[in-house]
Design a protein around this ligand. Structure first.
Ligand code: FRU
Length: 474
């Protein structure tokens, strides 16, 4: 699988579709896989929702609830509409052709019918023209589509989801252009929790480029949207990364979720086109990130995106072990007796006079993944060079990180470790690092280390996590 698609909430169910090749473990003719959840934690697999047809394979796209039956597809009742990219080639040519189409469901997403007027939006000038994300703009009473068009985003309008008019363009000379632009999203979010003061968040994934070792990654812009045009708050050359790890791509948000604080829910594909097709696994072939709550927070540098793991994930916590006000010194490991495979770790550490503090996890004599904070460099790093199997691509074994200042000399981390992944939320989600790792099943040691002085664990909680497939519910 790859990108998450068509995420929509309807009648108590979260739908997650995804780019899926059911007949192989590498990218191939794309279908839409489907899963449904009531809590965003436990998922029921559903049959493939969309299969390739005469118009081509089914690339990425979005889904909405057509509450007022603007499409006329539902006899006056609400129904679900998917807006996706049909991908094939121009007749008698190798040139890719990407056109936008619809599918709809009147039975809560159980069965899908492709619209007979497909495709509904064509642009023969632009070859890379895909991944429509649609939302209802209440003030203008119009559907808005943001769509990736080569190296920029185009915005279209519709009153019925079937007829689309070009409205504006964004981004030709803004942000990172290290790769082709893909999978956009545009959402309105309160700033600092104030629902009266909102800004718009534009998410844009950028594809792999052989010249950059990072591979595919996702940037964002904060700005204003008046229903017609998106205007970026930052200087055009500013690049804001949504995730500082290597494995969070093509992520977008759920449609039609009403949260009490108007936050939005996000999920990304936890892999990277640099090596996705070489992932050293068999039937399991990558996963989504944990569902995350998106908010905006103002700071000295401006308004920035904050991501937090979805609160319902706490259901998976098993017996907590905690440490408070504990001094750590070099060459001693608080966790020498522990063995941990999948777990959550939440901590606040005062670095006192230490030069570096960090965790070595999924560790054995020969393997370790290291999360470290270096005080002099003000650098939070993940080092997966010795994380386990990593020879499948030269870009995989790497150390990478992000600069940030400690708050009151304290490092605040929330870390989710799984059999093949690591999601690090620093400073209450101001910075996130998501990475895949492929350790041996027996690499389950955990070490908290300090270099150059002492540090103090103000609080640290460890929760082994139960499988989402486990029968046990809490
Ligand atoms: C992003 C992407 C999309 C496209 C899909 C095809 O990962 O390249 O732009 O629709 O994957 O699988």
């Amino acid at each position: 699988m790859n990108d998450p698609n068509g995420m929509v909430y309807f009648e108590g169910e979260y739908h997650l579709f995804y780019q899926h090749h059911p007949h192989g473990t590498t990218w191939g003719p794309m279908h839409w896989g489907h899963a449904i959840s009531k809590d965003l934690v436990h998922w029921e697999h559903r049959p493939v929702a969309l299969k390739p047809d005469d118009n081509g394979a089914i690339f990425s796209g979005s889904a909405v609830v057509d509450w007022e039956d603007t499409s006329g597809l539902f006899g006056g009742k609400p129904g679900l509409v998917i807006i996706f990219t049909h991908a094939d080639t121009y007749p008698d040519s190798d040139r890719p052709r990407q056109r936008q189409s619809l599918a709809y469901s009147s039975d809560k997403g159980r069965t899908w019918t492709k619209y007979e007027g497909n495709p509904v939006l064509i642009n023969e000038q632009i070859t890379d023209f895909r991944d429509p994300k649609v939302f209802w703009h209440a003030a203008n009473r119009k559907w808005v589509m943001v769509i990736a068009a080569a190296d920029r985003i185009q915005i279209y309008h519709s009153t019925n989801l079937k007829d689309w008019n070009f409205e504006s363009e964004f981004g030709a000379s803004e942000g990172s252009h290290d790769g082709v632009w893909e999978c956009p999203d545009l959402i309105e979010l309160p700033v600092d929790g104030n629902t009266e003061q909102t800004k718009w968040l534009m998410i844009v994934s950028i594809g792999d480029n052989p010249d950059f070792t990072e591979g595919s990654r996702t940037q964002y812009f904060i700005g204003d949207f008046d229903g017609h045009t998106f205007v970026n708050d930052s200087y055009p050359e500013t690049v804001l990364w949504l995730d500082h790890g290597r494995d969070n791509y093509a992520g977008v948000t759920w449609s039609d979720v009403n949260t009490s604080d108007n936050s939005k829910l996000f999920i990304g594909w936890m892999s990277n086109w640099k090596y996705a097709n070489l992932t050293p696994t068999d039937s399991w072939r990558s996963a989504m990130t944990l569902p995350r709550v998106l908010r905006l927070k103002s700071g000295t540098a401006g308004i920035r995106l904050v991501q937090e793991p979805f609160a319902e994930l706490n259901k998976l916590r098993l017996q907590e072990q905690s440490w408070n006000e504990t001094t750590i010194i070099p060459n001693q490991n608080l966790f020498a007796d522990l063995k941990l495979g999948s777990y959550e770790l939440e901590c606040e550490i005062d670095l006192a006079n230490a030069e570096e503090v960090g965790f070595k996890l999924r560790k054995s004599d020969s393997e370790e993944t290291v999360i470290s904070y270096n005080v002099a460099l003000q650098l939070l790093d993940v080092d997966r060079t010795k994380s386990g199997e990593s020879g499948f691509h030269e870009s995989f074994p790497c150390k990478h990180g992000v600069n940030f200042e400690l708050q009151n000399g304290r490092l605040k981390l929330r870390i989710f470790v799984d059999h093949s992944s690591l999601e690090v939320f620093a400073n209450d989600g101001e910075l996130v690092i998501t990475d895949q790792i492929f350790p041996d099943a027996n690499s389950t040691d955990l070490e908290l280390y300090v270099i150059g002085g002492e540090a103090k664990v103000i609080s640290l909680a460890l929760y082994p996590m139960m499988s989402i497939n486990s029968e046990v519910t809490v």
